[in-house]
Design a protein around this ligand. Structure first.
Ligand code: SF4
Ligand code: SF4
Length: 442
């Protein structure tokens, strides 16, 4: 299959990055890639999804990676995985000899090994420049479930209609479910045995980069986990803090110890982000030197500085994110020629082990298996969102009363734009149509 055919198949199947920002996968295919990396780092505490999907579908995933590598004429496929994902590693080792382009690239058991820039450095030794895309160093990265979705599109003509999602934390039976897109988080928590505390809040995604969500929110192509936590848990308090208060606390308490910079995952790779300098400039209001403000563009928002490094419990990541968004909103782009330093010689000693991070976040009691369940999730209705990935959302193409089957197109992509169609995730009758979503009753 050539690159154009594969790209069109992936777009029509609506395959987006299954996690993170959800970049449309067809737009990542690029003939400049000499290496394809499968990212199975899954380094945020409590997330246990991709390693299970890789263990279950290793053959299908390696086969698909070979199709992708052949289409873009890449010479090398790297399965980036951690040694202690023993079942996933064993499943890959059992079939890898059949795929001559592929090799395993073992990642250290640290956070954030799954940040693409870090994954690429750890497995190839190449450093992506600040603000640049992986393709600038000849690499394209896909995560595990994304590649499995491409496999289904290639071999079963199946568009993306469901998402694996882990339900964990304060629930009776942590579990990973295969949920139709548009299922409410509340239904999934009930299937995990329900919450085990009265006063709780939900984090959608990992504890480091996820955000507060509610039970009425629904599964999309990028949903990876729902973590149920007591409302007064450290992670919840950090994610619900107010920016104005964060800034006042920073003005009063930042002692310029520079631990945030010493542990910053991007700074350690030579990128010019220095959170302690940003904190000094932002809290003092001194704008003579613009670099600490402009360099917020190179922050990955991994959260290590505020969730782990800062002994004063300040929030550099949140404040940096606010400035970064402000710069973007004003049309300011990263400088492709910005000066960068060498990889820090002490980097290996400054990387943060996941078990220590888990303990620091107060999540060790919740670090339990959440196995993929055999049973299907069968919601009575789904609310399928039209915008589930980066780019222009789809437009509803059905009307109330229409009968649809799983996989039917219910939202058409914007022509000539970065956009993908949306498909029915269950069979049934269209009960409601709005600009942003379609409700289907089973
Ligand atoms: S770690 Fe905290 S106290 Fe130290 S420089 Fe950074 S923000 Fe300030
Ligand atoms: S969130 Fe903090 S640690 Fe992570 S890249 Fe940004 S400044 Fe560095």
């Amino acid at each position: 299959m050539n690159l154009t055919e594969l790209s069109s198949l992936m777009q029509n199947a609506g395959v987006a990055g299954a996690g993170g920002a959800g970049f449309p996968s067809y737009a990542k295919l690029n003939a400049a890639a000499d290496t394809i990396i499968l990212n199975c780092a899954e380094c945020e505490p409590l997330l246990k999804l991709h390693r299970q999907v890789l263990a279950k579908y290793a053959k299908e995933i390696l086969e698909t990676l070979t199709v992708i590598a052949d289409a873009v004429d890449a010479q090398s496929i790297i399965i980036a995985v951690k040694p202690h994902y023993k079942e996933a590693v064993a499943a890959v080792q059992a079939v890898i000899a059949n795929y001559p382009k592929a090799r395993i690239g073992l990642l250290p058991e640290v956070y954030p090994a799954g940040d693409e820039v870090v994954t690429i450095y750890e497995t190839t030794g190449r450093v992506v420049r600040p603000g640049a895309l992986p393709i600038t160093v000849g690499v394209t990265v896909f995560n595990v479930e994304t590649v499995y979705n491409i496999y289904r599109a290639l071999n079963e003509s199946a568009p993306v209609t469901y998402k694996y999602i882990t339900i964990t934390g304060e629930v009776a039976s942590p579990v990973t479910l295969k949920a139709p897109l548009g299922t409410t988080y509340g239904e999934l928590i009930a299937l995990a045995g329900g919450a085990t505390v009265k006063d709780y809040k939900l984090v959608g995604g990992g504890p480091m980069t996820g955000r507060i969500v509610s039970e009425s929110d629904v599964v999309t192509k990028t949903s990876s986990a729902i973590i149920v936590l007591p409302a007064d848990h450290f992670v919840i308090r950090k994610k619900t803090s107010k920016i104005k208060i964060d800034m006042k606390r920073a003005m009063a308490a930042c002692c310029q110890c520079r631990m945030c910079t010493d542990l910053c995952s991007r700074h350690l790779l030579g990128h010019p982000i220095e959170p302690h300098l940003f904190m000094r400039s932002a809290t003092s209001g001194v704008t003579k030197d613009l670099a600490p403000f402009m360099n917020t563009m190179y922050c990955s928002q991994c959260g290590l500085c505020e969730m782990y490094a800062c002994s004063q419990n300040l929030s550099p990541r949140t404040l940096i994110g606010e400035y970064k968004n402000g710069l973007r909103a004003n049309g300011i782009k990263p400088d492709p020629n910005v000066e960068m330093g060498p990889v820090n010689e002490n980097r290996s000693g400054r990387m943060v082990p996941v078990d220590r991070l888990t303990a620091r976040l107060g999540l060790t009691p919740y670090d339990k298996p959440a196995l993929i369940a055999d049973k299907d999730v069968t919601p009575a209705s789904v609310k399928v969102m039209m915008g589930q990935s980066i780019g222009v959302p789809a437009s509803p193409s059905v009307k109330v009363g229409d009968t649809v089957k799983v996989g039917d197109v219910i939202g058409t992509a914007a022509e000539g734009k970065l956009s993908m169609p949306i498909h029915a995730s269950i069979s049934g009758t269209v009960a409601e149509v709005a600009d942003k979503y379609v409700v289907i009753r089973a």
